[in-house]
Ligand binder design. Structure first.
Ligand code: FEO
Length: 169
């Protein structure tokens, strides 16, 4: 059986993954409307992945005798200034998720829930990758600056990146 405190924290993690999914979905829609099809495809894929992260938590909580709950969250922002703002927000959001995962891992050790601790290691590794990816994209956008040709190529590269990455997770 899951410790009550751990169950609550895992449900909070569901909320964060759901929030990530909705947030990236909104960004994907904005990018699609802005003619940034590569960035949009990348963000739609990210939104799907976050939903998978959420579902993993649903099954884990219920398999351990807890009750996974569907969260209620507010609507994500609809408008973004540019691609750099989008990926800066992605990075900031992922940093929050990383902090919450780390706190949860810490609590697992405190209550000696080594099974959940083990389950969460996948998320710990995933967070390193997600932060690294967002930072790399911001660095590239910094190099491009206001160069429209550079932005066009960046967006086209993102399209290729998505098709290469498809089905990895
Ligand atoms: Fe599943 Fe990006 O946190």
């Amino acid at each position: 059986m899951l410790d009550n405190k751990i169950e609550k924290l895992l449900n909070h993690q569901i909320e964060l993954e759901f929030e990530s999914s909705q947030y990236y979905l909104s960004m994907a829609s904005w990018a699609e409307k802005s003619g940034l099809n590569g960035i949009s495809a990348f963000l739609y894929t990210q939104a799907d992945e976050e939903r998978v992260h959420m579902l993993k938590l649903f099954h884990y909580i219920n398999d351990r005798g807890g009750h996974a709950l569907v969260p209620t969250i507010g609507a994500p922002p609809k408008e973004y200034k540019d691609a750099r703002e989008v990926f800066t927000k992605v990075l900031q959001h992922e940093q929050i998720v990383t902090k919450e995962i780390n706190d949860l891992v810490d609590t697992c050790l405190k209550v000696k829930d080594y099974t959940t601790h083990n389950f969460l290691q996948w998320y710990v590794a995933e967070q390193i990758e997600e932060e690294r990816q967002a930072q790399t994209l911001i660095d590239k956008l910094d190099l491009i600056g206001t160069d429209k040709g550079g932005m066009y190529l960046f967006d086209r590269d993102m399209e290729t990146f998505v098709s290469k990455d498809a089905g990895k997770k």
